[in-house]
Structure formats: structure tokens, C-alpha cells
Write a protein that binds this ligand. Structure first.
Ligand code: HAM
Length: 419
């Protein structure tokens, strides 16, 4: 029969890799908790309207990449392409703002975008992120950026590059957009079809072009910083000041344009030289209008999300800091002893010792080989004679020493040991 395989752009996380995923998740939980953030989990499927309104109908993410379908009750449902809009929906729906003026939230989970798959770009990928909802002060931006920076750093990714920008307030952007359109109009015949479309619907995205001819045109385009209001300028400078205080190096990149519509003021991305600047490990920014536009109060917010697959690619040469868990392999060739040995295994696990019990009924030699393969520290060996004597051969697999011990004394023996 023909084998069924994973869908294009999706991947299994196999046992050989899942340890790295668990390490990364541990680092995320730890760093987020140390900064006072609580975890939130939202559904993978949402009403499509959430992303149309939240992320923006004209964005590539929503218009080209989102998986949506009409359900049996005729409602349109989407697989989430990101988690900011869902987190804000949950914030509004459960009135989290009523519980606390500032909600510091973080999440880990899969997202879906129908992109052309390549290394570090999947159709199902995993994001973790934080969203701080409630503060409109620049120290909140700096805190959020520093959490992302710390997680990547603590996970051993070096050569990190933080790019920051400000796209200013609504007033600033409205004025700037108009100037940019005026500047670009004479170049329309030279612009790609995509950029011509963007000029009409989302002109700022043209700044992010990878097309060499367009990059030349953009070089002389008006710069957004000339359109900042006094408050925009002070705000952005204060964010920079706090990053200096936190000793986080950054580059100001006025051409940084994020692909989601909800941003205001500060935006940022972190990339690593290892994976290339074009594919950010992490991206985010301030989104002060989103909560209101999704039916909530006029509450400011800032956050980021990071791609976990990309982080793991950027760390693939890392030596795993595998905490050696104490492990015992129970080798048994006499079935009459299996019952008592299962009892012993249960008691050992209650001591937080990892115990693997043979269930394939292999030969003594094959079981011992398996114990070594599993990096067990000890083998508890029971053959015909030990089953009769109610003893075990206890072999220290690191030192090669072997002793006979009564089955009834095993638990006390391991209790007295520190691995
Ligand atoms: P984003 O820049 O679209 O932002 O995605 C964040 C990160 O997700 C990217 O930097 C990248 O590492 C990863 N990513 C995105 N698409 C893919 C893909 N197809 N395959 C693998 N990794 C991918 C957001 O999603 C915003 N919600 C971030 C945010 C949170 N802004 C404010 N709060």
C-alpha cells in the first residue's frame, strides 16, 4: 500500500530532535516567568474575521498565505497565521484588562502560513511570543525587546543583530505615506507589479523591497524620521536610551517594515548572521490600535513573536546541555520475576529515577546492549537464579562493578545514592 506522507511544508519533530525543542521551551518558560509574564493558550482555529481585521486584509499573510475554509455552518474559519490577534481577542473576550491594568502574557504554539517552503520557512511552524497589553510607555518596549534578546542569548545563539525603527504615530504615517506616494508616482512604470499594487494599498511595504532597481529608487525617497512628531521622536529616543541601559546593542534601520498592519511607533527584528538577515528569528513592535479595532477599549500594547524552527537552525551546532537524568534499565530473562520487577520500577520512579523495563523479552545480551544504548547508569539484571533467590545483579554501567542485592533492599539502596 502507498505510504501517506506529511503535507508539503510541514515536519515531524522526531525523538532525536524533541530534546532540543524541550530545552528551548524550558528556556522560554523560565525567561518569561522571570520577567513576570504568564502563559496564555488560545485555539489553533479562529474566525477568519479576526485576522482580516487584526492583521489586515491587504497583507500577504492574510491575502495570500492564510488557510481558510467555509465550515459546515457556513462560517469562515482560519488556521491562525500568528498569535497576536488571537491573544488580543482572548484579552477582550475575557475582559483581562478588567483584572489588571497591565497584562504580561506569553505563548508557545504552531502557526500556519501557505508560503513557498524552504529552509527556515514552513507552512506549519512554531512561534513563541510575548504581548504586554496596557502600558504606553517606552520602558515597556524595552522590556519586551530585552525578553526576546535574553531568550535568544541564553539559548546560545550568538552574532545576534537587533534592528529597530519607529513608524511613528498615525499622523506621522499619514503624512509620510502621502509624501512617499508623491515621490514614487513618477517611478510607477519602473516598479514591479507587486510594488505597484503596494503603492495603492500599503505603500510603506515598498521600502522593504528586495528588488535591486527599486532599492536604488528608495535610496532617495523621503525618510520617515523627518515626519515624526515631537512625541514620536522623544518616545523612540527613550526606547533607545533604555536599550543602552540594558546593554543591548541595536541598529536603527528606517527601512524595517513589518508585514502586518497593526503596528504603530516602535518596530524591531532580531536576526542572526548564521541564518541570514532576510529571515528574522524574531519580530515585533507596538500595536496601540489593535485592541480597540477588535472590539476592546483603547488600550496600548507591544509584543513580539519568534520562529522556533529558525532558532533551532541557528543553534544546530550547539552541544546540548543535556541534564543527565539518572536511568536504570531492568534486564529480565525470567518471566516469573516480571511482576515484582514492575513493582520495583514503580517505586524507583517515585524517587524521580528514570526506569526502562524490557518488554520485548530479548536475550540477556540484547537487553544489555539496549541498556548501554539508552545511556543507563545501572542495569538491574534478573535471570533464572536471581528469580529463585529473589535477588538481582546490580551492575553499575559507568564503572562496570556488579553486586548481588536482595530485591527487597533495592529501593533503600537507591534512596541512599546520589546520582
Ligand atoms: P512575524 O514577523 O510575521 O510577526 O513572525 C514572527 C516570526 O515568526 C518571524 O520572525 C519568523 O521567525 C517566524 N516565522 C514567520 N513565518 C514563518 C514561516 N513560514 N516559517 C518559519 N518561521 C516563520 C508576527 O507573527 C507578529 N505576531 C509578531 C508580534 C507579536 N508583533 C507584536 N506582537
Amino acid at each position: 500500500m502507498k505510504m501517506v506522507r506529511t503535507i508539503k511544508g510541514t515536519h515531524d519533530i522526531l525523538p532525536a530532535q524533541s530534546g532540543d525543542w524541550q530545552d528551548l521551551e524550558t528556556q522560554i518558560h523560565k525567561t518569561a516567568n522571570l520577567h513576570g509574564y504568564d502563559e496564555i493558550r488560545t485555539p489553533i482555529i479562529e474566525d477568519a474575521a479576526l485576522f482580516n481585521r487584526g492583521v489586515g486584509e491587504e497583507t500577504d499573510i492574510v491575502s495570500k498565505e492564510m488557510y481558510s475554509w467555509i465550515d459546515k455552518d457556513k462560517s469562515t474559519i482560519s488556521l491562525r497565521p500568528e498569535l497576536t490577534a488571537p491573544v488580543v481577542r482572548a484579552y477582550v473576550q475575557h475582559n483581562l484588562g478588567g483584572q489588571s491594568l497591565l497584562q504580561r502574557l506569553y505563548y508557545i504554539g504552531p502557526s500556519f502560513r501557505r508560503e513557498r517552503p524552504q529552509k527556515g520557512r514552513q507552512r506549519q511552524f512554531h512561534q513563541f511570543g510575548v504581548e504586554a497589553i496596557g502600558s504606553d510607555n517606552p520602558e515597556q518596549d524595552a522590556e519586551v525587546i530585552s525578553i526576546g534578546w535574553n531568550i535568544l542569548n541564553n539559548f546560545g545563539i550568538n552574532e545576534l543583530e537587533l534592528n529597530i525603527s519607529s513608524i511613528g504615530s498615525d499622523d506621522c504615517r499619514t503624512n509620510y505615506k502621502q509624501e512617499l506616494i508623491n515621490y514614487l508616482k513618477p517611478f510607477i512604470p519602473q516598479l514591479s507589479e507587486v510594488s505597484q499594487h503596494r503603492l495603492k494599498h500599503n505603500p510603506l511595504r515598498i521600502l522593504d523591497t528586495k528588488n535591486k532597481d527599486e532599492i536604488k529608487i528608495i535610496e532617495s525617497a523621503p525618510k520617515i524620521e523627518n515626519f515624526y512628531t515631537k512625541e514620536d521622536e522623544t518616545y523612540f529616543l527613550t526606547v533607545q536610551q533604555y536599550l543602552d541601559d540594558l546593554e543591548i546593542p541595536y541598529k536603527i534601520n528606517p527601512l524595517l517594515v513589518r508585514g502586518l498592519d497593526y503596528y504603530t511607533q516602535t518596530t524591531f527584528e532580531i536576526s542572526s548572521k548564521k541564518i541570514g538577515a532576510q529571515d528574522a528569528l524574531l519580530g515585533g513592535g507596538r500595536y496601540d490600535g489593535l485592541i480597540k479595532s477588535l472590539g476592546g477599549k483603547d488600550v496600548p500594547a507591544v509584543g513580539f513573536a519568534a520562529g522556533m524552527e529558525r532558532i533551532l537552525i541557528a543553534t544546530d551546532s550547539r552541544k546540548r546541555t543535556d541534564k543527565q537524568v539518572a536511568c536504570i534499565y531492568i534486564v529480565c530473562t525470567d518471566l516469573s520475576a516480571l511482576g515484582p520487577l514492575q513493582q520495583i520500577a514503580k517505586n524507583l520512579r517515585e524517587l524521580d529515577i528514570k526506569v526502562i523495563l524490557e518488554t520485548l523479552r530479548r536475550s540477556m545480551k540484547a537487553q544489555m546492549r539496549e541498556a548501554n544504548k539508552k545511556n543507563a547508569n545501572y542495569a538491574i539484571i534478573v535471570g533464572e537464579q536471581e528469580a529463585i533467590d529473589k535477588t538481582v545483579q546490580l551492575k553499575n554501567l559507568n564503572e562496570g562493578k556488579q553486586d548481588t542485592i536482595n530485591q527487597g533492599e533495592l529501593i533503600a539502596y537507591f534512596k541512599s545514592l546520589t546520582f
